[in-house]
Design a binder for this molecule. Structure first.
Ligand code: LLP
Length: 432
């Protein structure tokens, strides 16, 4: 009945996550509060890792796209699950290295990496730098040369695929700020330039077609286009590219009625294309990377809020205000994203109220969701917004100088703090 297996209802008519009563969590840690279920995270990791084993004989690696949720503990968990990571900034890299994440299992992305970030990545010895453009290629070659190193790179390619998702999270089409286009010859030019360089070693090609994608077809098409590009590189330069990174983007359940494919289905179908094309083109099957972010953490977390004011505007709408909002979840204001919202302490009560869940920011658009069916709620009730594990905390802000909430990890009925809530002192610490 819920979007995640880790959620349940106890005898008190309360929502539980990972065996913990959410109202107790709210009492112990305060609200707003983000709660992750460790077993669910690990289950998702294992589904992807298992399918690399099954489809490619283990000849590949799952990289957790840590932009979805980055903190020390998540890096420890995915490392423990034998995964690598994708980082997109010096900050994510720094966080991962701070817990001893193996540098060789880190893949560094970004469409405009700063000189300082490229230097940090080279110094740390990250496994792969995914080069986005020729300006970056030149800088990286120079930085590596100055340090007497040879750096392993991949190229970010726009495969020219239009995935059916929100405009802001589509990335595979030609009109995208990410990567080199195939159609214009820019990608092949990049490959030839890199092959002639002293201090970079071109290991592979990468694509990522978008996020929250429910269809399998665009992934299959991307694999097909990328295998053809590897063949074209071989034909034009004689060089065999040995690694293919197919990105992330697998859709998750936000609403009970959402029907995403099982992750295994995406993986199985794409593998069929990769294997078939390798045979057809007489190429070795490349080492495969995938980069799931949302599908690892998205449905594994919830956000708990305490209800404050309930404002009923006759014939217009009912506002239920909570003690968080766009500061901890900007996805409704940005993408009008759907979420399930439930009253955690009245979970099975009759749903008699149609509500708009409003945040506490000075901003009319600061809503979490509209037209939600809730029981009659009052100040002090606890609301839970489900599937808030991806791109919520990681996109949180301090708008209105609201401190970021704490984050808790639950496992088998036990809860532990993994990120402290910010204090007012934290908020002013960089002010001079
Ligand atoms: N690899 C690359 C190169 C990416 O750019 C992304 C996501 C991923 C992997 C992971 O994609 P996922 O499996 O999480 O879909 N803030 C937006 C999503 C932005 C996605 C950015 N790139 C949202 O809240 O929906």
């Amino acid at each position: 009945m819920f979007v995640s297996d880790g959620l349940n209802i106890n005898e008190k008519n309360h929502l539980t996550i990972g065996g913990c009563d959410t109202t107790e969590l709210a009492k112990e840690f305060g609200t707003s509060l983000i709660v992750y279920d460790e077993n669910e995270i690990r289950k998702n990791c294992r589904a992807f890792v298992g399918s690399i084993q099954k489809n490619y004989n283990g000849n590949g690696r799952v990289l957790y796209a840590s932009k979805a949720f980055s903190c020390k503990e998540i890096y420890r968990i995915v490392n423990d699950e034998n995964m690598g990571i994708d980082v997109v900034s010096g900050g994510e890299l720094y966080t991962a290295l701070s817990v001893g994440f193996p540098a060789e299992k880190i893949c560094f992305h970004g469409n405009n990496k700063k000189h300082s970030e490229l230097t940090e990545a080279v110094d740390a010895g990250v496994g792969r730098i995914v080069v986005d453009n020729l300006t970056e290629l030149e800088s990286l070659n120079r930085i590596a040369g100055e340090k007497g190193k040879k750096v392993s790179i991949m190229f970010r390619i726009k495969p020219g695929i239009d995935a059916h998702t929100h405009d802001f999270v589509r990335t595979g089409q030609i009109d995208s700020k990410f990567g080199l286009a195939l159609e214009t010859g820019e990608a092949m030019q990049g490959v030839k330039t890199a092959l002639a360089m002293e201090n970079v070693e071109l290991k592979g090609v990468h694509c990522h077609i978008g996020s929250q994608i429910f269809d399998i077809d665009p992934f299959e098409l991307a694999a097909e286009v990328m295998m053809k590009f590897i063949k074209d590189i071989k034909d034009e330069t004689g060089v065999t590219i040995t690694e293919l990174n197919l990105g992330g983007g697998f859709g998750i359940k936000y609403l009970v009625d959402d029907k995403p494919e099982a992750y295994e289905n995406y993986m199985d179908n794409v593998a069929k294309i990769v294997n078939k094309k390798a045979e057809e083109y007489s190429l070795p099957v490349p080492f495969i990377y995938i980069e799931p972010g949302r599908s690892i953490v998205g449905a594994t977390a919830i956000t708990l809020y305490t209800v404050g004011a309930v404002k009923r505007i006759p014939n217009i709408r009912n506002y239920v205000s909570v003690d968080g909002g766009m500061v901890d979840n900007p996805r409704y204001i940005l993408y009008q994203s759907d979420y399930e919202v439930v009253c955690a302490n009245k979970i099975n009560n009759e749903k008699a109220l149609t509500a708009t869940i409003a945040g506490k920011c000075c901003e009319s658009g600061d809503l979490i969701q509209e037209n939600v069916q809730l029981p009659e709620v009052e100040a002090g009730d606890i609301l839970a917004v489900l599937s808030t594990g991806a791109y919520n905390y990681s996109m949180a802000s301090n708008y209105n100088r609201i401190p970021r909430p704490p984050v808790v990890m639950v496992k088998d009925g036990q809860a532990r703090l993994i990120i402290k809530g910010e204090s007012y002192e934290d908020i002013i610490k960089n002010d001079i």
